[in-house]
Structure formats: structure tokens, C-alpha cells
Design a binder for this molecule. Structure first.
Ligand code: FES
Length: 183
């Protein structure tokens, strides 16, 4: 019997399909792979902090349907933008902080419950996790088996921290700017 709150239908071994992500290459990276891809963390240290601080990415949310995710690039990093389902929101909000390795409420991780925006780099060793996978129906990192929940919080496996939520701001209902809190 599956532990309470866990999903069993999400299978980490399930092959990735085209509907998992719509890739929007909004940055300087020429392509973003799905799967056990290790993001080149060292490269992020090359540009000066001043230059990176100026970099923002604008995302049009109007075409992202409920239950769909897109991947955008911000400051050379992959960022997941997920339009969460009601079930995902309810599961994330109902999780007790005592169940979490890196305790953080779902409310603290979102501006609006239906939109989850996170840097898509596993906090273990930098792979890109797969969406809608793993024991908690969120993200699964196939490199060493870290499971994140529908709020991107680490629940199982070697990763020490939740997926990072960057600064972003809503500009109207259908647009966000990642990398700033000011409009
Ligand atoms: S890099 Fe994700 S589990 Fe190791």
C-alpha cells in the first residue's frame, strides 16, 4: 500500500514524451536536454555578478494550459514554469512541514498557487529533474534518485534542498518577469 499522500502512477522509469515540456529557448543556451543532463554549473560563474543581476527573462503564460509545464532559460539556467492542477496545489498545501527535509510552506514558494516557478537544477549535483515523475508526483532526478513534490520540495533521495525559487514578478495576469521583483 502506498504511503499517504504519495502517488504511485508516476513511474521514474517511464520514458520522457514530447508533451512533458515545451521548450522555449529564451536565453543564450542553444539547447536544453531532457533527462540525466548535468547543467554546467561552472559556466554560471564566468559572467560577473553585476551582469547577471541585470538579466531577466519575460515569460508569456497565456498559452500554458493547466497541467502543462514549460522550460525557459534565465541567466543560463533552466527554469520550470508549471501551471499546476488543483490536485497538485492541494497536495502541496496539505503537506505538514514536519514531513519536509527543507521545511518551507507551499505558500512561501508561489506568488499565485496555480503557478510554480523554479530553477530546474537538482540541488544534489546539478542534473535537470524530470517533471511529473517520482513518488510525490512532482519532479524526479534520475541521476541519483531525488524525488521532489508538487511544490518542488525535496522529499526523498540525496538532494539536500528544495528546488530554488527565483525572484519573479507578475506583470498582469499572463506574464511574468523572472529575475526581478519590480515591474
Ligand atoms: S544530481 Fe539529482 S539526485 Fe544527484
Amino acid at each position: 500500500m502506498a504511503p499517504k499522500g504519495k502517488r504511485t502512477k508516476a513511474d521514474p522509469e517511464q520514458p520522457v514524451t514530447r508533451r512533458d515540456f515545451i521548450h522555449i529557448l529564451a536565453g543564450v543556451v542553444g539547447g536544453v536536454g531532457i533527462g540525466a543532463t548535468v547543467w554546467p554549473l561552472v559556466d554560471q560563474m564566468n559572467p560577473s555578478a553585476d551582469i547577471l543581476a541585470l538579466s531577466t527573462t519575460e515569460v508569456d503564460l497565456s498559452q500554458i494550459e493547466v497541467g502543462q509545464s514549460i522550460l525557459v532559460v534565465w541567466q543560463k539556467k533552466p527554469v520550470f514554469v508549471r501551471h499546476r492542477t488543483q490536485q497538485e496545489i492541494l497536495e502541496a498545501e496539505a503537506t505538514p512541514l514536519s514531513d519536509l527535509r527543507d521545511p518551507q510552506t507551499d505558500q512561501a514558494r508561489v506568488e499565485k498557487p496555480e503557478w510554480l516557478i523554479m530553477v530546474g537544477i537538482c540541488t544534489h549535483l546539478g542534473c535537470i529533474p524530470l517533471g511529473e515523475r517520482g513518488d510525490y508526483g512532482g519532479w524526479f532526478c534520475p541521476c541519483h534518485g531525488s524525488h521532489y513534490d508538487t511544490s518542488g520540495r525535496i522529499r526523498k533521495g540525496p538532494a539536500p534542498k528544495n528546488l530554488f525559487v527565483p525572484d519573479y514578478v507578475f506583470v498582469g495576469d499572463d506574464k511574468i518577469i523572472i529575475g526581478t521583483t519590480e515591474t
